[in-house]
Design a protein around this ligand. Structure first.
Ligand SMILES: NC(=O)c1ccc[n+]([C@@H]2O[C@H](COP(=O)([O-])OP(=O)(O)OC[C@H]3O[C@@H](n4cnc5c(N)ncnc54)[C@H](OP(=O)(O)O)[C@@H]3O)[C@@H](O)[C@H]2O)c1
Length: 276
């Protein structure tokens, strides 16, 4: 990304804050970041913290940017896009982080023939530890793809998918995924309390175990399956627990849950695009 590239964020909420922090921490010049929102008080806070230019008018912001990141709620995106439609002759790259809104709908709302990267980040992006699925439409150049990857890469691991439909799988996997792990932490804590441990100790051990297992998995050459085999001694405690999970068909439970998330993501895509 050239140092002169100007990035405009529409929506100054949590995700824009995380992305701007990530970019600035990675050495991107805040002078080349612009931010718009309807909330003047929030803009003032952001301007004070990052020393960047802020706008209450999205059109004014768009006119000055090479890249525009849509960081508003999904339900607001059609309004914002239609507002910009006749003000983007300079053809900025459009990046959407809005959950569920399809690139084809964004393209239509913006007037067509627009370079769009649609992304699906997840909540750990707020701590710089996100996982983001990304998809580019045909109008996006390789240079623009690299630019989008640098922006989302400031807070997350970025993985590309070719087919937009795969973003519904990404939604069911990494988009909703943090909540699956929270449920596991919650369930393990409750089970330990039922076995007699105090709640605070149980919760701390659960959280640290999730963190340690995740780090082992991410730092190791071994697959999760191999790591599990290595920590499962024959006839030991782990084997007893894993066999109990398997007796209850744990894999099927996960598979059904992710299918439900996938189906809902598809439904939401249709609902959010149905603005006529
Ligand atoms: N938070 C996450 O972890 C996460 C993860 C994955 C994806 N996302 C996606 O990221 C997007 C932003 O999420 P967020 O959590 O950052 O939301 P947020 O904190 O609510 O921020 C959105 C901001 O946009 C402002 N806004 C509303 N209408 C606007 C308009 N017409 N023009 C300009 N700004 C406007 C809102 O102001 P008001 O509050 O006054 O309406 C708010 O300040 C969402 O689409 C969400 O699906 C978020």
């Amino acid at each position: 990304m050239q140092n002169s590239t100007t990035i405009g964020f529409i929506g100054a909420g949590n995700m824009a804050y995380a992305l701007i922090s990530g970019l600035v921490n990675n050495g991107f010049n805040a002078q080349n970041i612009k931010l718009s929102d309807t909330d003047a008080a929030l803009l003032s806070l952001r301007a004070d913290e990052f020393n960047l230019e802020v706008f209450t008018d999205n059109i004014e912001l768009a006119a000055q940017c090479d890249v525009i990141v849509f960081a508003v709620k999904p339900q607001v995106l059609s309004i914002v896009c239609k507002q910009l439609q006749t003000h983007i002759d300079h053809k900025p790259l459009m990046i959407s982080i809005a959950a569920g809104v399809r690139a084809t709908d964004i393209n239509r709302w913006l007037g067509g023939d627009i370079a769009i990267v649609r992304t699906m980040p997840n909540t750990p992006a707020l701590l710089g530890k996100g996982a983001t699925g990304m998809m580019a439409n045909k109008a996006v150049s390789n240079e623009q793809k690299a630019l989008a990857e640098r922006i989302l890469g400031a807070v997350s691991e970025c993985l590309w998918v070719e087919d937009e439909k795969m973003l519904d799988v990404v939604t069911a996997l990494s988009g909703s995924g943090p909540a699956y792990f929270f449920l596991m932490i919650e369930s393990m804590t409750k089970a330990a309390v039922a076995l007699g441990l105090d709640e605070k100790t149980a919760e701390q051990l659960s959280i640290q175990t999730a963190l340690g297992a995740s780090m082992m998995s991410s730092n190791s050459e071994d697959s999760a399956h191999e790591l599990r085999a290595k920590v499962t001694s024959p006839n030991g405690t782990t084997q007893a627990a894993i066999e109990s999970f398997q007796d209850q068909n744990f894999e099927m439970l996960v598979s059904h849950a992710m299918r439900a998330a996938f189906d809902r993501a598809r439904e939401m895509g249709v609902e959010l695009g149905d603005d006529d």
